[in-house]
Design a protein around this ligand. Sequence first.
Ligand SMILES: *Cc1c(COP(=O)(O)O)cnc(C)c1O
Length: 229
Amino acid sequence: MALISKNIEEVKSRIRNAALACRRDPESVRLVAVTKTVGPARIQDAIDAGLDCFGENYIQEARGKIKALSGINVSWHFIGHLQSNKAKYAVKLFDLIHSVDSLKLARELNRQAKKHDCIQKILIQVNVGKEQSKSGADTQETAELVEAVSRLEHLSIRGLMTMPPYFDAPEKVRPFFKKLAELKDQVTAKQIANVDIKELSMGMTGDFEAAIEEGATLVRIGTAIFGER
Ligand SMILES: *Cc1c(COP(=O)(O)O)cnc(C)c1O
């Protein structure tokens, strides 16, 4: 508990400093604490230390934890790769799904959200590094995908997300953050009806300060809070 709260204070202060350094309002950056492999007791410690937004990668793993912590007013985000056949669970469990990368998945989420009579908030995941191993829409197809998804009445597109290629130096990742921010501007310029792209989900433990400088509004941080997995 003591360690988690100390880590959280440190991460929050780094977020704040990174935002202030580029004249952004620190409140415009939300910390999504990534809790894959982290059990409910340690998540509870993080809640006690003031966190209110958590990111999970796997439906199966998340279900038990969200159930164990139900009744507590926190926001759960899905950040992992989502298969269409798991869409029904994702809609029940998550406030925001960061990883919508195909029209097929979007259609299925829309169908499930309709069943639940809700509007599911989503981000479009973009594969800015064009890596074979990563999911995400191609950069050239992003605007088209946003346009197609925008017609699905039970989805609300809030922004873009990316998992850039791995580098040990944040400066090497920065161009990919810039790319996602550019895409956001390009999509915004198209003024697509029902699309309000405000969020940029980018930046993890090794590079979140660079991401904030490039416009991140959601930073997804695991290791710096909970330690090595
Ligand atoms: C695990 C994970 C993170 C957090 O990574 P850390 O380096 O531990 O901060 C962020 N985003 C996604 C999609 C992840 O899978």
